[in-house]
Design a protein around this ligand. Structure first.
Ligand code: SF4
Length: 250
């Protein structure tokens, strides 16, 4: 059996999951809604589901300034209707006053990606334990997010893209199975392949990150702060290896 043959065609086939996802958004967002669009494969499917549903929707991309430039180009070329939302303070500017982001303190996600609108998101439970526990309709801090493709498997995502002849970023063909911010505490050296691929493909982004961290480190030392690591280089190595590396000494 090939991986693209559904086990239960009546519920697993591309036709069946498409119908189900379209009904889900029609039932839950009949009056129109914003779609958080990342330019990745899951977002591409979600945008198509919205189009098929006939519901009024708008695509919004949260620009971080630390994403692959290819993604922004892809969105501009293939989704010109997508609004690219640029934050008031960029990641680099915020890094001059914050501690470096970490797995426990993801201030950049909050600052650059979160908004207060209800929205449809293309998250999938396969992508990690946090997402696996998310409900399909999530109410959080006065905001509701809807996840029409939450239970789709990766093969279904790719089959849906192929069946609908949708464009997708060619970075996937180069081995990037997930696309997002280039310097991110989520993909450290510990997580392996992705970090190595990112460093090889976009070394300039890592160089800038290391430069900014060194400046921030020196600034804090001059303010008589007690740092957890002896040098910015030692911190950076720890950050690349361990999502929870500390900045200040306890
Ligand atoms: S770098 Fe990582 S934690 Fe920060 S905004 Fe990007 S995805 Fe979120």
């Amino acid at each position: 059996m090939t991986p693209t043959q559904p086990l239960f065609p009546e519920i697993d086939s591309i036709e069946a999951i498409t119908k189900e996802a379209v009904l889900f958004v029609r039932d839950n967002c009949p009056n129109g809604i914003e779609v958080g669009f990342s330019g990745g494969k899951d977002s591409i499917c979600t945008a198509k589901i919205m189009e098929l549903s006939g519901i009024k929707y708008s695509l919004v991309y949260a620009f971080t300034g630390i994403e692959p430039p290819e993604i922004v180009r892809f969105i501009r070329n293939h989704y010109p209707q997508c609004q690219i939302r640029v934050p008031k303070r960029t990641f680099w500017r915020s890094l001059t006053t914050n501690v470096p982001p970490s797995d426990r303190l993801r201030w950049c996600c909050t600052l650059l990606k979160k908004d207060n609108h209800d929205s449809v998101l293309g998250i999938r439970s396969e992508e990690g334990s946090k997402r696996a526990n998310r409900p399909r309709i999530n109410h959080w801090k006065g905001r509701t997010t809807y996840h029409p493709i939450l239970y789709w498997k990766e093969w279904q995502v790719w089959d849906f893209i192929a069946e609908n002849n949708l464009p997708y970023p060619k970075l996937y063909d180069e081995g990037f199975d997930r696309l997002g911010c280039i310097v991110c505490p989520y993909h450290s050296e510990k997580t392996g392949k992705l970090h190595a691929l990112y460093r090889k493909r976009w070394p300039f982004m890592f160089k800038r990150f290391e430069r900014e961290i060194a400046k921030l480190y020196q600034k804090r030392v001059s303010q008589a702060k007690t740092m957890a690591y002896d040098s910015p280089e030692a911190f950076i190595q720890a950050w690349y290896l361990d999502d929870s590396s500390r900045w200040y000494a306890k």
